[in-house]
Design a protein around this ligand. Structure first.
Ligand SMILES: *[C@@H]1O[C@H](CO)[C@@H](O)[C@H](O)[C@H]1NC(C)=O
Ligand SMILES: *[C@@H]1O[C@H](CO)[C@@H](O)[C@H](O)[C@H]1NC(C)=O
Ligand SMILES: *[C@@H]1O[C@H](CO)[C@@H](O)[C@H](O)[C@H]1NC(C)=O
Ligand SMILES: *[C@@H]1O[C@H](CO)[C@@H](O)[C@H](O)[C@H]1NC(C)=O
Ligand SMILES: *[C@@H]1O[C@H](CO)[C@@H](O)[C@H](O)[C@H]1NC(C)=O
Ligand SMILES: *[C@@H]1O[C@H](CO)[C@@H](O)[C@H](O)[C@H]1NC(C)=O
Ligand SMILES: *[C@@H]1O[C@H](CO)[C@@H](O)[C@H](O)[C@H]1NC(C)=O
Ligand SMILES: *[C@@H]1O[C@H](CO)[C@@H](O)[C@H](O)[C@H]1NC(C)=O
Ligand SMILES: *[C@@H]1O[C@H](CO)[C@@H](O)[C@H](O)[C@H]1NC(C)=O
Length: 324
């Protein structure tokens, strides 16, 4: 701007008596120097706009992504196989940003926070409004089944666990260019908390079954999480707290739903031992129950087996109540 001001001064011929009016001079100036002003204007626009578009906007977008929250409302695992399962997960985005960019479909790596990635989920395109719902509904291939076994074990044993979701989605706000952002969210979720509260509700001796089972009953399994797990046919080892083996119990086609579950049980246990205890006047028998296996469609599901085996359930069998 300084150079064009100088030009104005030079343009005025020396010794002129009738000075041209201010507006005439301005007009003459712009007629001669319009191109310089145009270049100046373009430079100013570029200097202001380019950093806003290519530095400010990506920074704001990334900052908003950083500040956004993710809440997993439900997570259903069904049709389990050793190398994958069907996942139906409903999650809600929380954001107090004034911008509502579109986040394109992206691959999200899923892991237990700090652990190895066990699978890559396909997250659909979403407009990042506060309360936007994202539903992942797909067959999930396990790229590291061992890491998922550790994840399932953490879910089983803990009151809460932290799941990390990482991806590099493309993002677009209005007519601004499409950019890449880092999406790194850790979601704290309730776990199964060792199935604390597990209880044998009833146990009735039977002697007419062709499959060799000696008792039928029901068990109560609380599930404080939002997870629904299709665990297949479970075999549990049952023993006394002093280590004496009583036998096994079976929960067939167990679908563990969020909340309270009361499901049928079959047992192949030494009922004579129970009768002996009853005769000996024992009424409350402390039991130790450990997962032996999870089998779905004839295949053992190693990650469920690992999680079940890691959990030793201590429960008191109330014979007065149970055998009633
Ligand atoms: C977003 O979070 C990452 C990781 O915490 C951090 O490195 C980055 O500086 C943050 N970006 C913005 C724009 O806040
Ligand atoms: C899962 O992996 C199998 C091969 O291992 C592949 O054929 C299939 O397309 C994959 N599915 C998905 C959803 O990635
Ligand atoms: C995501 O953030 C967590 C901490 O919150 C960090 O440990 C992890 O390394 C980050 N992941 C990536 C891929 O940057
Ligand atoms: C465990 O307790 C049961 C019943 O009280 C008893 O019959 C059995 O002998 C005990 N076993 C051991 C190894 O102490
Ligand atoms: C589950 O059972 C517990 C008691 O065992 C009870 O306090 C709770 O209200 C029940 N929850 C539901 C959702 O029924
Ligand atoms: C699982 O059950 C089988 C019998 O069905 C038994 O041989 C095996 O020892 C059990 N495994 C564990 C870890 O308890
Ligand atoms: C569980 O076992 C029963 C009886 O053996 C069988 O009919 C059923 O298909 C099994 N369920 C699964 C999910 O494999
Ligand atoms: C059950 O008792 C055993 C030791 O007797 C203990 O290691 C285990 O953690 C207990 N399980 C639960 C769920 O409290
Ligand atoms: C066992 O069941 C009986 C009958 O329902 C009940 O009176 C008793 O309090 C129960 N004992 C325990 C320890 O829950």
């Amino acid at each position: 701007m300084a150079s064009s001001d100088k030009a104005v001064v030079e343009e005025v011929p020396l010794g002129t008596t009738a000075k041209p009016s201010f507006w005439t001079r301005v007009k003459a100036h712009y007629k001669k120097w319009w191109w310089a002003h145009l270049i100046g204007l373009i430079v100013v626009v570029l200097v202001v706009v380019l950093p806003v578009v290519y530095v400010g906007y990506p920074n704001i977008a990334q900052g908003d992504i950083n500040d956004s929250t993710l809440d997993v409302e439900s997570m259903e695992i069904s049709d389990p196989a050793p190398d994958g399962f069907h996942l139906h997960q409903r999650q809600v985005i929380g954001s107090d940003s004034m911008f509502h960019p579109k986040i394109f479909e992206f691959d999200a790596e899923v892991s237990l926070l700090g652990g190895p990635v066990f699978a890559t989920a396909d997250v659909p395109e979403v407009k990042a409004d506060d309360g936007a719902v994202v539903i992942v509904d797909q067959w999930l291939n396990l790229t590291d089944a061992g890491a998922f076994g550790d994840f399932a074990t953490a879910v089983m044993l803990n009151e809460e666990f932290e799941m990390n979701i990482y991806g590099e989605p493309r993002l677009k706000q209005g007519s601004l260019p499409t950019i890449h952002v880092d999406y790194n969210k850790t979601v704290t979720m309730k776990g199964l908390n060792k199935l604390d509260g597990f209880k044998i509700v009833s146990l009735t001796p039977v002697d007419d079954r062709t499959d060799g089972n000696t008792a039928e009953g029901t068990v109560y399994i609380p599930n404080p999480s939002v997870l629904q797990l299709d665990m297949g046919n479970l075999t549990l080892d049952v023993s006394l707290q002093n280590g004496t083996v009583l036998g096994q119990s079976f929960l067939n086609d167990l679908v563990l739903k969020p909340g309270n579950n009361t499901v049928p049980m079959l047992a192949n246990m030494d009922m004579q031992a129970f009768f002996a205890m009853v005769l000996a006047g024992e009424r409350e028998i402390p039991l130790r129950i450990t997962g032996n296996s999870s089998v779905y469609n004839g295949q053992e599901i190693p990650y469920f087996t690992q999680a079940l085996a890691a959990n030793v359930l201590n429960t008191t069998l109330n014979l007065t109540e149970v055998l009633a």
